[in-house]
Design a protein around this ligand. Structure first.
Ligand SMILES: NC(=O)c1ccc[n+]([C@@H]2O[C@H](COP(=O)([O-])OP(=O)(O)OC[C@H]3O[C@@H](n4cnc5c(N)ncnc54)[C@H](OP(=O)(O)O)[C@@H]3O)[C@@H](O)[C@H]2O)c1
Length: 330
């Protein structure tokens, strides 16, 4: 995979990155997550499993890896993998603060994570991430910033983020929900002497959730690096999705996948990569077979007519996020 500039942030990334939400903890919302981990939640087993997936990604040319404080031991597993000296060049690493992992390694925990975008949380979690990832850490995102959380008007927090930026960290935010556009527009206004605070945004975009394309192009035009998450709609845009109400869309996806002699998931990720403003699309695979299938997307150039056909599969934004919030932790 040919590396590319991450916005104008002086970082290089691969078109496909690896996200660790499903690799760093026993419980997650993706369809079939439990099977992927073969129900084996022993810490050492999960560490070596994640190292295998990380190494397979690296050997395939992946040079962006995405973690978060709330992904259980994801930063720890990433840090221990980064110490092995067979890595010829250092990948770009991103993490997130703002959610605290509270599941205590349980799948059926009452609360898996607690959200708080306050200064004491930033101070604590920055220290924890720095302790684990040190100089490997390049990008630090507010996890799922929303206007409601008030973080974009919390001047103590913004002050501290400007400090991180002055020490060479690319400061970013991840978005979520139907308010992605409003939150990003607000974030783009935060600047000092013409310099923007935020250099990275991580957002949900896929064949079912296609809103805000013009705004994402604008963010890219002013130099932000753009990371796309949930490109497979948490597994709904894969062969796993046998839901009767999805059958019609699955037929269109299968028809196009057959034409390119590939899989639905690769088509879904290739669709995201076909948007110029996208710097990196994340694979959320929890096993090597799924990862290798996702990586096929980098070899696919969808032609215009197929992109227009896929454009028509978009869901209403309210329906999309309602469906997502109903996905069970497993
Ligand atoms: N708010 C935020 O900041 C936020 C929120 C969500 C995600 N993220 C980031 O984005 C990354 C990716 O997002 P995501 O994992 O939530 O969603 P996703 O990429 O939309 O979905 C991944 C799901 O698709 C399944 N899958 C992948 N390839 C498959 C295949 N070939 N066949 C069948 N199933 C397949 C995976 O199953 P397996 O698990 O079985 O491989 C997993 O369940 C995360 O790891 C995280 O880094 C950030």
């Amino acid at each position: 995979m040919k590396l590319r500039e991450f916005g104008n942030q002086d970082l290089l990334v691969s078109p496909i990155g690896l996200g660790m939400a499903a690799l760093g903890r026993p419980g997650y919302i993706n369809l079939g997550h439990a099977e992927d981990l073969q129900h084996n939640y022993d810490v050492d087993a999960m560490r070596s499993h994640s190292h295998q997936v990380l190494q397979t990604a690296y050997d395939a040319g992946v040079r962006y890896f995405d973690a978060a404080r709330s992904y259980g031991r994801a930063e720890q597993f990433l840090a221990s993998w980064l110490t092995n000296d067979i890595l010829k060049d250092a990948p770009t690493i991103g993490s997130k603060w703002g959610y605290t992992y509270t599941a205590d390694w349980q799948i059926d925990a009452e609360h898996h994570e607690v959200k708080e975008h306050a200064l004491p949380v930033l101070i604590r979690q920055w220290q924890e991430s720095l302790q684990l990832l040190g100089e490997n850490l390049n990008i630090y995102h507010i996890h799922s910033a929303t206007l409601d959380s008030g973080v974009l008007e919390n001047y103590e927090v913004l002050e501290r983020l400007w400090e991180l930026k002055s020490h060479g960290i690319v400061v970013g935010l991840s978005l979520s929900g139907t308010g992605q556009a409003d939150t990003l527009r607000k974030a783009l206004t935060i600047e000092s002497e013409g310099e923007k605070l935020f250099g990275s945004v991580q957002l949900t975009f896929n064949i079912l959730e296609q809103s805000n394309k013009v705004l994402y192009q604008e963010a890219s035009d002013v130099g932000l690096g753009i990371i796309v998450k949930e490109s497979l709609a948490n597994g709904r845009l894969t062969s796993r999705n046998q839901a009767p109400e999805f059958a019609e869309k699955a037929a269109v996806l299968n028809f196009i996948a057959d034409a390119y002699e590939t899989s639905i998931d690769a088509i879904a990720m290739a669709y995201v990569l076909a948007h110029d403003w996208c710097s990196v699309v994340l694979s959320g695979a929890a096993n090597e077979a799924h990862l290798l299938s996702n990586l096929e997307a980098a070899k696919i150039n969808l032609d215009r007519t197929d992109i227009e056909t896929l454009d028509k599969l978009a869901e209403d934004i309210g329906v999309y996020w309602k469906t997502r919030s109903a996905l069970a932790w497993n």
